[in-house]
Design a protein around this ligand. Sequence first.
Ligand SMILES: [Mg+2]
Length: 167
Amino acid sequence: MRFAVFLDIDGVLNTRTTVESTPEGHTGIDDARVDILAKVIKKYGSADIVLTSDWKDLRPGSDDFSYLVSKLEKQGLKLAGKTTDHWHDRGEGIRNYLELHPEIEDFVILDDNKFDFQDYQELWERLLITYGIERARFASQTPQVETIIFLDYIKAFSAHQRTVRSV
Ligand SMILES: [Mg+2]
């Protein structure tokens, strides 16, 4: 099954307590969180990673965008594409992307904000609200089954990481 992960960055691969900075001085990306994402996707099988974050508006040649790409690459991940939208209509951007990519059969959305997702039931039921990827929860009370599986994997690998660290 062709599966996509619509990925926000801030609040997913970092949090307000993240210490690392980007080359241009913004909040950086935590390797431990990319590691969880990479392991979840590997366990899942495969996934197209589609960038929904405001990071998508960075110039592809800029230091910060290169930083993002290299952070993902280090864990074997790469971006398949990005959505196009304006500030508060990320859901609409995802809808448009899905229309242009009918090969995507199912997907999950990782984001720390709700934006307009609730306007679209098929998005809302696939949204995982994060405070850092390791603290993800369902947005909907009736999440889709693939979203349930994805969150199970996040929990499993987050728990594993905690175990490793506490040794
Ligand atoms: Mg965010």
